[in-house]
Design a protein around this ligand. Structure first.
Ligand code: ZN
Ligand code: ZN
Length: 384
């Protein structure tokens, strides 16, 4: 990539970083992306998206289509990174590095457009809104824009991995993210006369402890999973036992069978334990994105392309956080690729920062990846 492109990437990145917008409010971000793409002559597809957009680079008509994703939204976090281009919007920050993903995807789209005559097919570059809400990927899939896509690649920065390192391997990378809500309904009484009620606080305390046995007693020790009760609320004074207590929390799993097993065990434990305490229980399970699972063959290609680009390739950094990229993976072969962004505070932390040195190699890598994927599809068709 020419020096002027490198400078432009840095400029775009700093603009996005200074102007973070929350999920589905990325109006100015979308405008900026559009402006940059239009100035470079890149075609934008007419889609019914309020924020986010999909660019298309049409190469040879005989080829298939591959897709790249960059997510564009930021978080409700006040920035404390100290970078000179810090957020200019109070309480908002690109603390997950989506400003980097957006910039790299822009760089790739522009470079691919310049080389479109040699391209063995079509590349769709998805600037996805609302990743942090876990619903943005669904809007993109519902738009139908991925119907003709053979393989999709998404990137995400990973902290404390050197710039120039690509982490990718087949199998799970992020966890399924589910949420549960439990309401225990007992019978309130005077704090001095517990025998006249049925105590939902004692039942809730037992339940919190019992739920922790699901991972340790009902799952294989070789299978990673998390059950976290993150909110517990009941009562409003010191001398009254309340009638009800609410619990809420999250479950993270990598394997689909563990996900089902945990949901069932939690529900059974809740009902049976509460009935032993004479307390009624309502258990709600709210499903989020599944675990991101990388395709075997395409992950291998992603690693090979990294090495060919002079980058290092290491295995995926397994993470029990969620990623709505998993919704794409449920539909088509796809690979979620982690890119080292250097030393930093963790993702979603006010002091999180991305080393801007990652912009140019990532944009170049995405170009090489799209080109190699199209070439691989072409060659496999020849040998079919
Ligand atoms: Zn995030
Ligand atoms: Zn993210």
């Amino acid at each position: 990539m020419a020096a002027h492109t490198e400078n432009s990437l840095r400029e775009y990145f700093e603009w996005f970083h200074r102007n973070p917008e929350l999920s589905f409010e990325e109006y100015q971000t979308t405008e900026k992306i559009k402006e940059i793409l239009e100035a470079a002559g890149v075609e934008i597809l007419p889609l019914p998206l309020r924020t986010g957009l999909v660019a298309v680079i049409r190469g040879k008509r005989t080829g298939k289509t591959v897709a790249l994703r960059g997510d564009i939204d930021a978080l409700p976090i006040g920035e404390e990174s100290g970078v000179p281009y810090s957020s200019e919007r109070e309480g908002r920050m690109h603390a997950c590095g989506h400003d980097f993903h957006t910039t790299a995807a822009l760089g790739a789209a522009i470079a691919l457009h310049k080389r479109r005559e040699e391209l063995e097919g079509t590349v769709k570059v998805v600037f996805q809104p609302g990743e942090e809400s876990s619903r943005g990927a669904l809007l993109i899939t519902e738009s139908g824009v991925l119907k003709d896509v053979s393989v999709m690649f998404g990137i995400h920065g990973v902290v404390n991995v050197p710039v120039g390192t690509v982490a990718v391997s087949a199998g799970p990378v992020t966890a399924a993210v589910d949420r549960f809500q439990i309401v225990l309904q007992g019978k309130g009484s005077h704090g001095a006369e517990p025998q006249k009620g049925s105590d939902s606080i004692v039942a809730a305390a037992q339940l919190v402890t019992a739920l922790q046995t699901v991972v340790s007693r009902n799952l294989s020790p070789l299978s990673p999973a998390v059950v976290s009760v993150t909110r517990i609320q009941g009562g409003n004074t010191w001398n009254v036992l309340p009638a009800s207590v609410e619990l809420e929390g999250t479950v993270r799993t990598l394997a689909q069978e563990d996900r089902k097993r945990i949901a069932q065990r939690m529900q059974d434990l809740t009902q049976n334990l509460c009935s032993a305490f004479d307390v009624a229980a309502d258990f709600q399970w709210i499903e989020g994105p599944p675990s991101a699972q990388n395709d075997f063959g395409w992950s291998k290609l992603a690693g090979q392309v990294a090495l060919r680009q002079g980058l290092s390739a290491i295995p995926s950094q397994l993470y029990m956080g969620g990623e709505d990229f998993a919704y794409y993976q449920a539909l088509l072969p796809s690979v979620y690729i982690q890119i080292g962004i250097g030393d930093s505070a963790p993702l979603h932390h006010p002091a999180f920062r991305v080393d801007p040195g990652v912009l140019e190699p990532t944009a170049k890598y995405l170009v090489a990846l799209a080109e190699s994927a199209l070439l691989r599809i072409k060659n496999s068709k020849i040998t079919e």
